[in-house]
Design a protein around this ligand. Structure first.
Ligand SMILES: Cc1cc2nc3c(=O)[nH]c(=O)nc-3n(C[C@H](O)[C@H](O)[C@H](O)COP(=O)(O)OP(=O)(O)OC[C@H]3O[C@@H](n4cnc5c(N)ncnc54)[C@H](O)[C@@H]3O)c2cc1C
Length: 359
């Protein structure tokens, strides 16, 4: 059992909680970061790491503005994180292609691209011949694509490994294998109880526990969040064999700089069942091979699952009523993309609230 005090306790050490902890500690705050398992061991370990708002948003909405803000923040976030952790995180804006398999699909993508450009998403239409030159090895019958030159990918496993180092160097106290069970707001502050009987007294707490967030007892009903299981598969391929992120219907492929290539995916609402489904794995492998058989072999080397933090109305970001508790969860399939903007927003709000309390 471990007690303690802190300015801020972060509950959940995925990419979201670690990024917020890093930002707060870098601003001189005393931060304790609790994780039920190990840092970066859940969705932030599983995620493909695509940074592709163009494939996610097609109309003006606050979520699109936030996603574009986060994409724009990624280069600075990555450079600072690499500098402060002495770790390469495999970030690159390699461009992404949304592919069309029929003339009707291509026409729809063209129209969408016009709308997306108006919304501030940088993209252009690519005809079939140019597409084949951009990605030799495509084997699906494709009519063309829309290209998003400023999108890309990052390896989320190296991001959380780097965040661990950056957090430690900034003075964050990391408590792994510490499951928070209850938050009790009192007198403008909050007590944080964990399953081992430990209690931490803090001025502020942040719930960033991904798909598990609303299992925590905060004394009030938290916005709903639920696990959406996804399967991914991986291959060790030659570096540079897949130059851009590919997205085609429910199939995608993304290559790390060293050549490791990931294909996905599935979306299943099966609770927290961690069983790999061989039929789903085979299905993804067949789709990926049919798409780019000149690059992606028929059989993958690795397969894994992860739980996206699903939320019907987008992520819950901000203060919970007038308590000392902040919410930062429900990023669904875009938590890697949204981490820099989420960290900036949540850390900024908490710092302002602590400063105005003292003023
Ligand atoms: C198959 C798949 C593909 C994906 N692809 C992409 C992609 O290409 N691009 C993209 O942007 N996003 C992608 N995502 C989504 C992205 O991975 C998630 O949105 C993001 O990782 C969520 O981060 P998080 O920190 O909120 O949650 P997590 O990484 O799940 O972290 C939550 C942490 O909280 C801890 N925890 C839980 N309960 C407690 C508790 N009671 N007390 C203390 N700690 C607790 C857990 O142990 C965990 O470490 C994908 C996800 C999956 C599963």
């Amino acid at each position: 059992m471990r007690h303690g005090t802190a300015d801020i306790v972060i509950i959940g050490g995925g990419i979201i909680g670690c990024s917020i902890a890093w930002r707060l500690a870098s601003a001189g705050r005393r931060v304790i970061l609790c994780d039920a398992g190990v840092l970066g061991g859940e969705a932030s370990w599983a995620g493909a790491g695509m940074l592709v708002p163009g494939s996610e948003y097609s109309r003006a909405c606050p979520e699109l503005t936030f996603a574009l803000e986060s994409l724009a923040a990624w280069p600075g976030f990555a450079a600072q994180l690499e500098r402060e952790s002495d770790t390469s995180i495999d970030f690159e804006l390699c461009g992404a292609l949304e592919l069309a398999g029929s003339p009707a699909e291509f026409e729809k993508l063209r129209t969408l691209a016009t709308t997306q450009r108006r919304l501030g998403i940088d993209c252009r239409v690519v005809e079939a011949q140019e597409l084949r030159g951009m990605v030799p090895g495509l084997t699906a019958p494709l009519e063309g694509a829309v290209y998003f030159p400023k999108e890309g990918q990052v390896d989320p496993r190296t991001v959380t490994a780097a965040l661990r180092i950056a957090c430690q160097r900034a003075g964050v106290e990391i408590r792994e294998h510490t499951r928070v069970t209850r938050l009790i707001p009192r007198d403008g502050a909050v007590s944080i109880e964990s399953s081992d009987g430990g209690v931490i007294e803090a001025a502020r707490a942040v719930i960033a526990a991904g798909a598990w967030s609303n299992l925590i007892d905060a004394g009030v009903r938290l916005p709903r969040c639920f696990p959406v299981r996804g399967h991914l598969i991986g291959y060790a391929l030659s570096a540079g064999s897949l130059p851009h992120v590919l997205r085609f219907h429910h199939t995608y492929a993304v290559q790390r700089r060293g050549g490791y290539t990931i294909a996905g995916t599935s979306e299943e609402q099966v609770g927290f069942d961690r069983t790999l489904d061989p039929a789903t794995v085979d299905g993804i492998a067949a789709r990926a091979h049919a798409l780019a058989g000149g690059i992606i072999p028929a059989v993958a080397q690795d397969a894994w699952i992860g739980f996206r933090p699903g939320a019907k109305r987008g992520p819950s970001l901000g203060r919970l009523d007038d308590t000392a508790i902040w919410l930062a969860y429900g990023h669904y399939r875009n938590g890697i993309l949204l981490a820099p903007a989420t960290a900036a927003r949540i850390a900024g709000e908490i710092i302002s609230s602590l400063e105005s309390r003292l003023a």
